[in-house]
Design a protein around this ligand. Sequence first.
Ligand code: CTP
Ligand code: MG
Length: 231
Amino acid sequence: MTAQLNPRGDVAVLVPAAGAGVRLGPGAPKALRLLGGEPLLVHAVRRIAAAPSVHTVVVAAPAADVEAVRAMLAPVAPVTVVPGGAERQASVAAALAAVPAGPDIVLVHDAARALTPPELVESVAAAVRAGHDAVIPVLPVVDTVKEVDAGERVLGTVDRAALRAVQTPQGFRRSVLTAAHEAAGDALTDDAGLVEKLGVPVDCVPGSELALKITRPFDLALAEHLLASGA
Ligand code: CTP
Ligand code: MG
C-alpha cells in the first residue's frame, strides 16, 4: 500500500540517492542495492513517509535510473524523482530546486541511512519548528581519536568528550538551506557545513544507532542483521 504524505505537513525531505556506492564494491548504484530483498532507497523512503509531518519527498536518483526509481517508489509513497549530480552537494541542490511552495522546513537525508526510524525525522523537524535554523542528529564518539601527520605519526589526542559523529536527516529552515546552497563554493559532505559557513548556529539533537550509514560491506551485513531483528 502506498503511504500517503500529509498535505498539511510542514516538512520536505530531500533524499540524495545518486551515489555510485564505490566503497560497497562492484554492483548497482548503492541506493538500488538490496537489503532484505528490497533496495536501500525503498527502505529509506518508507521510513520517511511514515513520519507524520512530511509533506513532500524529493529523491535525487542516478541520472540513468530516474524512470526505474520512479516506478520502484510509486507503490511506496508519492515522491518526486529528479536526476542527481556528480557530487552529493549537486544532488541535494537538484532536489531542493524541486520542492514546491509550502513546506518551511527542509530535511536532507541520505538514502544510505536506510534504517533511520521515522521518530528521528520527527525529532529533527520538531527542533527546527521550535526555532533552531539548523539541526543535526549526533552520537557520541566511542573510539579514542588521534590526529596524525602525513607519515602516520601521532600529533596528539583529540578530546573525545567534545566530539560528535554526525548523521542525517539534517534539518533546516528552508530559507537558510536555500541561502547556504546559493553561497556554496567547494563541495562539502554535509549540508550543515554549508550553513556553518554562513555563520548560522547549528544545534544538535540525539541521533540513532539505526541511522547508521551503509558505506562498506560490513555495514550492509550489520543492516541485514538489524532488519532481520525487526529494525
Ligand atoms: N549521493 C548523491 N549524489 C552523489 C553522491 C552521493 O546523491 N553524486 C548520495 C548517496 O547516494 C548517498 C549519500 O549521498 O545516499 C551519502 O553518500 P555516500 O554514502 O558517500 O554514498 P556513495 O557516494 O554512493 O558511496 P561511495 O562514496 O562509496 O561511492
Ligand atoms: Mg560518496
